[in-house]
Design a binder for this molecule. Sequence first.
Ligand SMILES: [Zn+2]
Length: 340
Amino acid sequence: MNTNLQDFSHKRFNILTGEWVLVSPHRAKRPWQGQNEAVSNEQRSARDSSCYLCAGNTRINGEENPKYKDVFVFTNDFAALQATSPKFAVNEGLLKAESEQGICKVICFSPDHSKSLADMEVDDINKVVKTWQNEYKELGANDMINYVQIFENKGAVMGCSNPHPHGQIWSQSTLPNEVDKKNQQQNIYYNKNRSSLLGDYLKQELEANERIIYQNDDFAVLIPFWAIWPFETMIVPKKQHSNITKISDKESVGFADAISKITKAYDKLFECSFPYSSGIHQSPTNGESNKHWHWHMSFYPPLLRSATVKKFMVGYEMFGSPQRDITPEQAADRLKNLIQ
Ligand SMILES: [Zn+2]
C-alpha cells in the first residue's frame, strides 16, 4: 500500500455510493478537548417490568407481548410509514412531493432484557438471521413494498430509547437515498464487467489483507477502504447473493458467527456496550432480477477515542464531505487484535 495514505491528507472514493470521504491521518494526534459522553455500564436484569419489549409486558397501545422464547416481531405501534395512507403527488411549480406507503416492524432479538447481540450465542443470533429472511420475504411479496430496510440502533448515544435488544424493519414502496445510490453504482459496474462490484472488491481486499478483521468460510468482516466512521465495518458474503433469503443454512450460521465476532470485538475496544447503527443493504423487492446486487451488512459506530468521546458529523461534514482522522488501516489493526 502507498504509505502516503497513512501520513498525508487525501480523499478516498466509495465505490458503492459514488461519493468521496476526506482522510486526515496527521490530525489523529491532536489532543481532545471536546465533549465527553456519559458511559452507562450498569448491569441490567434479564427482565424489566417497565420495558415495553420484554415478554408478557403490555405495550403503550395496550397490547400484551406474548411470552416469547427467542425472537419476537410486531408491527411498530408508532410507525413512520403506514400501509393505509393515501396515494397522492404534489407538483406545484418547484414544489414536489409524493406519498409513501410502507410497513414498519420491531424485532426483539431475545427475551433477555440484559443482552445485546454481542452477548448472544451464535445459534440464537442465527434465529434473528432466520427472522430477517422471513420478514424480507413476506414484506417483499407485498405488491406495495419495493424495498425492505433491516437495521438496528444500539445505545443511548445513537438515540435508542430502549436498551432491550431489538432492531427494526422499515419496508416501503420506493428506494431510500442510500440504497438508490448503491443500486445505481452496482448496476453500472455489473453492466460493464458482468461481475459483482462488491465481489471484485472483496477479492482485492482479501489479497491485500490490510483491512480484513475476520473471515470464515462464507463471510469476511472488513473496514471499507472508504469508511467514514472511525470503526465502521462491513460484513460481506464471499458468494454473491442479491439478498439474505438466497443464502444456505451453512451461510446463515457463518453470517451469525461474523455478527457475533465483530460485536464482541466492538465491546472490547473501549470496554463498554458499544453503540452503533447497523443495517443490511440488499436488493429491492421490485420483482426484477437485481443481478447486480451483492447484499452486505454495515456497522456505523459513533465512538472515536474512548467510550466517552464520540465523532460528530458537523461543520465541514455538513457543508462539504465526511471526514476521518484515524485511517481505516489503523482501525482495522486495532479491531483485528480483539477478535476471539
Ligand atoms: Zn426488555
